[in-house]
Design a protein around this ligand. Structure first.
Ligand code: C2E
Ligand code: MG
Ligand code: MG
Ligand code: MG
Length: 282
């Protein structure tokens, strides 16, 4: 399995111009410099509460504003950062940014639950839960305003260790979410043992919601499953009003997608929220 993973990392690295091992090393160096030079940037995508029609949360999504290559999406460097272990330097930086931004919004009277994505390596690292506690304590942010998203596949690398980390995180009061649900292979027996609050249905099911009766049924039953387990259900990748209307009628709790807003720089969120409020008022 390790060999397969290495190969996958190698293939992805070559996609962004880092092929042979010495080029991979230079990419790690470049990422380290990028962190120092503040080239990484956190974008935020609003999450809409379907019952109230209000935005109550956002997901933090990483971007690399590369000086010559422009804005690089996470799919082009996060997998490589995971392969090489560099993600261990990115995640603490990201969480610090997210907690500070969420606390600053709170100070302005904007209370959002903000989600950040974790990788497998983060879950296997015993320092994660203490780090989260420190960040919350020093910022004064109520733990319930931070949500951590974990994919099924990240959990399955070492389910027992992942569960231990999740339990520690849950004790600190942060919210936990299963990301890309339905795309991985975690068993229901395992999932029901997790101290999670939210289930995010994988966007592949949402994309074909209106065209495929099977996908519509999968979404409907996943909403029912989530609710039966006491979880908030989020649909990701809702692009059209028709999809948003369908999801609302189906009892889905929260939606996120281009149909509401694309991910945007943190500095644009309050302005976007104000426009949204005046639209709702009209
Ligand atoms: P994810 O956590 O499942 O995030 C959702 C992705 O779907 C985001 O892509 C978002 O921009 C995109 N998306 C949202 N709504 C729509 C829609 O309506 N249509 C379409 N076509 N796409 C939509 P993004 O930002 O490129 O991130 C991709 C993945 O990279 C994320 O998937 C997550 O797994 C990973 N990622 C992003 N930021 C971080 C990070 O800070 N740390 C880690 N470990 N992973 C991250
Ligand atoms: Mg996510
Ligand atoms: Mg997802
Ligand atoms: Mg669609």
């Amino acid at each position: 399995r390790e060999a397969k993973r290495q190969f996958r990392g190698y293939a992805l690295a070559s996609e962004i111009g880092a092929g042979p091992p010495h080029e991979q090393l230079s990419l790690i160096g470049e990422m380290r410099d990028a962190l120092l030079r503040q080239e990484f940037e956190v974008f935020y995508q609003p999450k809409l509460d379907l019952a109230s029609g209000r935005v109550t949360g956002a997901e933090a999504l990483l971007r690399w504003r590369h000086p010559s290559r422009g804005l690089i999406p996470p799919a082009q460097f996060i997998p490589f950062a995971e392969q090489t272990g560099f993600i261990r330097e990115i995640t603490p930086w990201l969480l610090d940014q997210v907690v500070a931004r969420t606390a600053a919004w709170r100070a302005q009277g904007l209370n959002l639950v903000v989600s950040a994505n974790l990788s497998t390596l983060d879950l296997l690292h015993s320092g994660l839960a203490p780090l989260v506690k420190r960040l919350l304590a020093s910022s004064g942010l109520p733990p319930g305003q931070l949500c951590l998203e974990i994919t099924e596949s990240a959990l399955m690398d070492d389910p027992d260790l992942a569960l231990a980390t999740l339990n520690q995180l849950a004790e600190s009061g942060v919210r936990l979410s299963i990301d890309d649900y339905g795309a991985g292979h975690a068993s229901l027996a395992y999932l029901k043992s997790l101290p999670v609050h939210e289930l995010k249905i994988d966007q592949a099911f949402i994309f074909s919601l209106m065209e495929s009766g099977k996908d519509a049924e999968i979404v409907r039953s996943t909403i029912a499953l989530g609710h039966a387990l006491g979880l908030k259900v989020v649909a990701e990748g809702a692009e059209t009003d028709a999809e948003l209307g369908w999801l609302k009628r189906a009892g889905c709790d929260v939606a996120q997608g281009y149909g509401i807003a694309r991910p945007m720089p943190g500095a644009e969120v309050t302005g976007w929220m104000a426009d949204q409020d005046s639209a709702v008022a009209r």
